[in-house]
Design a protein around this ligand. Structure first.
Ligand SMILES: [Zn+2]
Length: 463
């Protein structure tokens, strides 16, 4: 296959490069910079005149709820929705499927089900809860390390079946994960602060602002201070998910072994929006005070925050409308809007250069989760995971039109610059603007971490 007349987003370049791509057996075989590649038995020629061709986005934080909670979402619908938003690889969280991914057996069980459904490539995160910090912890970590791209934990948990990890348990977990050079992901909110603040916040009423006051900036910052301190002392790789507080992101940036991500919802909204929008914007951690969002976008553009992910986690209409903000489901279907949002508000609005935009959406998550030998940039030998963009087009977000089972989005009605024209996974088109989601269920491949890097010693992430 040859892609002709494209404007290519090549790694390290701040300008699009005119050129052609040759794809063989799902991989990028040749890049013709500023020249036409002759067909050498290539029968499939795609004309990309007028389109920017970028590496497909990597969404390294999703809850696809499959198996176990497929009334909310499943791998087919979620992967199709992600593809419609330019995502070609996702990494799924361990605790929002049944069984939870906690050892070799549960990995195989989940894999046997979702590998028949996925339209795009996918990896798993394993999980360790407070209940699993027992004498079987070393076995579980050893079984998971070669199969998963990281191990997810909660410093504060909303799920009774997957409780929080306490400070001393973090010490135990990180000792084991360090042994296997496995990264630990943390949902960082301080248990002591939130359990203390919640009764008073509930007494203030039933709106978004009251919920925000139960877990404000200090709740996130205190937890980030604590867990990063343990990781730094042990020299253990750690990643803080869904940062929404500037101060917390600043702390992460001072760490040698800790990386961090944010999500579009923390860049677009604040606690006043939450008061106005209500449950469609309910997420945990909640969006924060208005002084955070613009600074978070700048930190992402400057590299202080490492990358962006969606935290895709839709609830049903009923779960999102229980009659109280305190019981409404916390989570939004962010997968399909992740890449379009940051394409618009980052790259196309001029707040982020092309080079940094590529790092934020694909290059850095690929490196951090050790799949950069296959994913994350347009380079010879890598998978032909591509998103074709009409940079002059525009997109309006309509939840009802989403391929996801989740239709309730806080981005409803938002107009974004740029339009995803086509998404390709290993050279196969899985979404096209005119045809919709076109892939075959089960064609997505399972991604394990690069074994060479796993066996190599731990290197600091920064400094
Ligand atoms: Zn999450």
């Amino acid at each position: 296959m040859i892609i002709r007349n494209a404007s290519l987003a090549l790694p390290g370049k701040n300008e699009l490069t005119p050129g052609d791509l040759r794809i063989r057996r799902g991989k990028i075989a040749e890049i013709g910079v500023g020249r036409t590649l002759e067909a050498q038995g290539d029968t499939d020629i795609i004309d990309a005149e007028g389109l920017a061709v970028l590496p497909g986005a990597i969404d390294a934080h999703v809850h696809f709820f499959d198996p176990g909670y497929t009334h909310k979402e499943d791998f087919l619908h979620a992967s199709g929705a992600s593809a419609s938003g330019g995502v070609t690889t996702v990494v799924d969280m361990p605790d929002t499927s049944e069984p939870a991914v906690i050892d070799a057996q549960s990995i195989q069980e989940k894999l046997s089900i979702v590998s028949r459904k996925s339209l795009i490539d996918f990896g798993f995160f394993g999980g360790i809860s407070g209940l699993l910090c027992d004498d079987q912890l070393p076995r579980r970590v050893a079984e998971m390390a070669p199969e998963v791209l990281g191990i997810k934990t909660y410093a504060l948990s909303g799920a009774a079946h997957f409780p929080r990890v306490s400070n001393h348990q973090y010490y135990q977990v990180l000792q084991e994960t360090r042994r296997h050079n496995c990264i630990v992901l943390v949902h960082a909110e301080d248990y002591d602060y939130v359990s203390g603040a919640t009764p008073g916040a509930q007494a203030r009423g039933d709106g978004g602002m009251a919920f925000y006051l139960s877990r404000p900036e200090a709740a996130e910052t205190l937890s980030v201070l604590t867990v990063t301190e343990i990781a730094e002392e042990l020299g253990a790789p750690m990643h803080i998910v869904h940062l929404g507080t500037v101060r917390a992101a600043e702390i992460v940036a001072t760490c040698r072994f800790v990386s961090g991500e944010t999500c579009p919802q923390y860049l677009e909204f604040d606690c006043h929006d939450f008061e106005r929008i209500g449950a469609p914007l309910k997420i945990t951690p909640p969006v924060k005070g208005p002084e955070n969002k613009a600074v978070l976008l700048r930190m992402l553009a400057e590299g202080t925050i490492d990358f962006i992910a969606s935290d895709h986690a839709p609830g049903t209409r009923e779960e999102k409308n229980t009659g109280s903000i305190w019981t409404d489901y916390a989570g939004i279907p962010g997968g399909p809007t992740l890449f379009p949002y940051i394409l618009s508000e980052g790259y196309l609005s001029g707040s982020m250069g092309l080079k940094r935009f590529l790092e934020v959406t694909s290059g850095t998550p690929a490196r951090r989760y050790r799949i950069a030998d296959r994913k994350g940039s347009i380079a010879v030998g890598l998978d032909a995971d591509l998103v074709f963009i009409d940079t002059a087009g525009s997109t309006v977000v309509h939840g009802e039109e989403s391929f996801s089972k989740g239709k309730i989005t806080p981005f409803e009605g938002k107009e974004l610059r740029g339009k995803v024209h086509r998404t390709m996974v290993r050279g196969r088109t899985v979404f096209h603007a005119e045809e919709g989601v076109t892939g075959e269920p089960g064609t997505g491949q399972f991604l394990r971490p690069d074994p060479k890097l796993r066996r190599a010693g731990i290197k600091p992430w920064r400094g």
